[in-house]
Design a binder for this molecule. Structure first.
Ligand SMILES: Cc1cc2nc3c(=O)[nH]c(=O)nc-3n(C[C@H](O)[C@H](O)[C@H](O)COP(=O)(O)OP(=O)(O)OC[C@H]3O[C@@H](n4cnc5c(N)ncnc54)[C@H](O)[C@@H]3O)c2cc1C
Length: 432
């Protein structure tokens, strides 16, 4: 079977993000054999944050990135900063009990605080803006959303979310596709690639050694762990942190069984000028309640960045802009004449439960992956948590390791058709 890695470009795609990226250096490929304390695999938010926090603590760290730093999901995503874990507190309470649910809530709030702190401390220029609207596409969902806002306030002490009636939502989002929802002023959005590039710069400055175009192809565990790269280089380390998320598929079966790659897509219109504010009246991002979620926001130059549609295959669509356009027009038919100037796809890792897969794979090999579409806010903290675990601080790591993320059914061969069938069923329900 063709591997997902063969088909995804190892450079930044022709996205609006790449077109507006801050200047960034080319990090060299690894040559020869190097020795260090920790080898980090993957230059997205998880790996970059782990490398940064290790280097700041004086730990030797080498980071291997198969493509360019931020060329994975971290440089291609919707930039939406959510609140909480990917599953809501009701689900976590039911599956992990109230104590752990409370701790996971607090951890997610810590993740937001860390994100803001990293951006401020390292002066990362990434257009951080507050506000996220959740828009219900079925009338029956609205009462639940409003009850959840009340629960967050009463049980979790979260004061930043407010329910929206149909009329209030319509005043903010220029679409008649929705029946109500909520606005969360504690959430927000940012330029995802510039966040990744800023983290890379901070990690490098702190002393982490970053290598691009250096795909890890083999991990051999003995007295120390040796990671070999495609180009013939090798890193000998005490610890390995696997932070490749969906794009790591094929490197380590212990992760592959629990984290599967799927593709998701974004289109950017031409600048909409005056019309932009008729699409979204304030500066918030929007995510709707569909299983295959539509998520969108305005760029700083007044384009609509619209994410919609996903594919359950190992390849990306050849023309992502045309693929996303019908999803956009279903919500905003008034944009039929707006040119799509950029379209791109990316690969993200999902788990069976949509809770992240944070595990000790063996005594000295750890992973944090499978954020299931919620890594912008969570991944920087979970990378930091890996760094802490290396240094013997394991409270948060152990909490996350308790989150259920069972193996996908079907084994290596059958997991793809089973996943596609399962997810397509839910995608179909969006249209009913
Ligand atoms: C289109 C799209 C939209 C999304 N929208 C949102 C959103 O709005 N909000 C949100 O919270 N989340 C969103 N996500 C998910 C989010 O982007 C991810 O959860 C997050 O970026 C994960 O970060 P990461 O560092 O774990 O993985 P990545 O950013 O994927 O980084 C992993 C890196 O590891 C490298 N790698 C893999 N294998 C190897 C190897 N063997 N050797 C060396 N390097 C390797 C890859 O090249 C890659 O750069 C979206 C994802 C996509 C694709």
């Amino acid at each position: 079977m063709t591997d997902v890695r063969d088909r995804i470009s190892l450079d930044h795609p022709k996205s609006w993000y790449a077109a507006t990226a801050v200047p960034h250096p080319l990090y060299p490929p690894l040559a020869g054999r190097v020795t260090t304390d920790v080898c980090v695999i993957g230059g997205g938010y998880t790996g970059l944050s782990a490398a940064l926090h290790l280097a700041e603590a004086g730990v030797g760290v080498v980071l291997l990135e198969a493509g360019r730093v931020g060329s994975g999901a971290s440089g291609r995503n919707g930039g939406q900063i959510h609140t909480g874990q990917r599953r809501d507190q009701d689900w976590i309470e039911a599956h992990m009990g109230r104590d752990d649910a409370r701790k996971l809530w607090d951890l997610a709030e810590d993740a937001k605080a860390l994100l803001h702190d990293l951006i401020a401390r390292h002066r990362i220029d990434c257009d951080l803006r507050p506000g996220l609207i959740v828009a219900d596409h079925k009338p029956g969902y609205v009462a639940h959303t409003h009850a959840y806002v009340r629960k967050l306030a009463e049980v979790y002490g979260y004061p930043h979310a407010r329910p929206l009636s149909r009329d209030e939502l319509a005043a903010l989002v220029g679409s008649d596709a929705y029946y109500g929802g909520m606005i969360d002023h504690g959430a927000g959005h940012l330029h995802p690639l510039n966040l990744a590039l800023g983290l890379a710069k901070a990690a490098s400055r702190a002393g982490a050694r970053l290598y691009e175009h250096s795909r890890a192809v083999r991990i051999t565990e003995g007295a120390r762990v040796v990671v070999e790269t495609e180009g013939g280089g090798a890193v000998e380390a005490d610890w390995v942190l696997e932070c490749g998320d969906g794009l790591q598929d094929g490197l380590d079966a212990r992760v592959d069984r629990h984290v599967m790659p799927i593709a998701n897509y974004i289109a950017a219109t031409e600048p909409l000028g005056e019309r932009a504010r008729q699409i979204i009246a304030n500066d918030a991002a929007v995510a709707d309640s569909r299983f295959v979620v539509n998520y969108y926001r305005l760029s700083r130059d007044g384009r609509l960045l619209f994410g919609g549609g996903e594919t359950y295959r190992r390849t990306l669509k050849a023309d992502p802009g045309s693929f996303v356009r019908p999803y956009m027009l279903k919500i905003f038919p008034q944009l039929a004449d707006a040119r799509i100037e950029y379209g791109w796809g990316g690969v993200l890792g999902i788990t069976m439960t949509r809770m992240p897969f944070v595990r000790r794979l063996s005594p000295r090999v750890l992973t944090a992956s499978g954020y299931s579409g919620q890594g912008v806010m969570l991944a920087p903290l979970y990378g930091k948590i890996l760094a802490e675990a290396v240094r013997g601080v394991v409270g948060a790591f152990d909490l996350l390791a308790r989150a259920p993320a069972p193996a996908f059914p079907g084994g290596r061969l059958m997991r793809w058709p089973l996943l596609a069938a399962g997810l397509s069923y839910y995608a179909l329900r969006d249209r009913l």
